[in-house]
Design a protein around this ligand. Structure first.
Ligand code: 1CP
Length: 345
């Protein structure tokens, strides 16, 4: 644990300790909504940016400078560790991750080798530089969770219904478990190296796991998330677990072992606190689309999120999912100030 950040509002809220104000950061706070991001990325492909320490540092810092958010999130993508172990993939503009040879058999699963820090020297270097520049502002490291990574690998790209993924899960459970086992080892190694390099917290993004029913989550997904969180316990950093459409899974996400459960906009935080149960902080959960309404609507909705968030033992303000690319950055600037002022105590 980076000692300089231990008393920050973000880390304290994750630990369910009293805070001077509710901390706030935004998923995808660095990205296409920022003109300074578009300028840096103009000539640089996404995966090149993710492998260039100077660009990672600059892009990660952009929203911290602009908004004064309470945490930075490492600029990268969930497919970076897969690329680093040799999976042939690219991030295509306007599409997302695209995998050349989708993984559908045992040989392809066996080819997914372990990740070591030497595979991602640019991550270690960028985190070292960032923690210096950030001072007492915590840096959140992150990884994609095994289900969400499996979906990209099996489908070959973004998917609405995850049909091939579920076909493997239901139809070839041994192959599914072998793939999830590989992805668990890779993800755990990737998160540990980010903390070793100086990250103060980690978020596991299981963005698409809301597609899975609770009983299937328990059998096919939870054991792997559980291994990842247990494997991070000795590092003593807050562990955040996030997914979209997880209303029916919130108790199970908590059970998997995170310190903080991320909630999308579909379940109000007071109800989410009841579903997640004791001993957890919550993160969320303003509907990102509210940012397209006049600021008075943003204000009313954000105050409601703060009020309901008081039902949780700790609350980190965020959107229910990522910042939409067409968001007006001024809305986020005003929202950040509002959260800080309205929650000051
Ligand atoms: O604030 C930040 O710095 C954000 C950094 C970040 C993160 C946390 C990026 C940059 N990607 C991610 C994680 C990520 N990538 C997730 C989990 C978070 C989430 O649910 O939003 C997922 C599902 C992806 C996969 C991905 N990568 C998509 C979604 C595709 C789909 O299935 O719908 C896309 C569009 C990308 C590319 C990408 N990653 C990040 C950016 C800024 C972009 C756009 C590329 C560009 O600017 O050209």
């Amino acid at each position: 644990m980076n000692p300089e950040t231990a008393e920050s509002p973000f880390i304290r809220a994750c630990r369910r300790l009293p805070v001077p104000h509710t901390p706030v950061w935004y998923m995808r706070q660095a990205g296409r909504s920022l003109p300074e991001y578009r300028a840096v990325r103009a000539e640089v492909p996404m995966l090149t940016a993710c492998a260039t320490p100077d660009l990672i540092v600059e892009i990660t810092m952009q929203p911290v400078r602009r908004y004064g958010v309470d945490a930075a999130i490492f600029f990268s993508d969930i497919v970076v560790p897969l690329k680093a172990i040799g999976v042939d993939l690219d991030i295509q503009p306007g599409v997302g991750p695209v995998v050349a040879d989708p993984i559908r058999d045992a040989a392809a699963v066996a080819a997914l080798r372990d990740l070591s820090p030497g595979d991602v020297p640019y991550v270690t270097e960028a985190i070292g530089a960032l923690t210096k520049e950030l001072g007492s502002t915590p840096l959140i490291g992150f990884a994609g969770a095994p289900f969400t990574l499996a979906s990209y690998l099996i489908e070959g790209g973004p998917s609405k219904n995850h049909d091939h993924t579920k076909a493997m899960m239901y139809g070839e459970p041994a192959l599914w478990h072998a793939l999830m086992d590989r992805l668990t080892e890779i993800t755990l190694a990737y998160l540990r190296l980010q903390v070793d390099a100086g990250a103060s917290a980690v978020q596991l993004f299981d963005s698409w796991v809301g597609a899975v029913a609770p009983d299937d989550y328990r059998e096919f997904v939870l054991p792997y998330a559980g291994r990842i969180f247990a494997g991070l316990a000795d590092l003593d950093v807050p562990r955040i677990h996030f997914g979209v459409g997880t209303g029916e899974l919130l108790a199970l996400l908590g059970e998997a072992g995170a310190d903080v459960v991320g909630v999308d906009w579909r379940v109000p935080l007071d109800e989410a606190a009841r579903r997640v149960g004791e001993g957890k902080a919550l993160q969320g959960n303003l509907d990102p689309a509210v940012l397209f309404a006049p600021f008075e609507v943003v204000e009313r909705r954000a105050l409601d999120v703060l009020a309901r968030g008081r039902a949780a033992e700790g609350h980190v303000f965020n959107l229910g999912h990522g910042v939409p690319p067409t968001t007006d950055p001024d809305q986020l600037a005003r929202l950040t100030d509002l959260v800080h002022e309205a929650s000051a105590r």
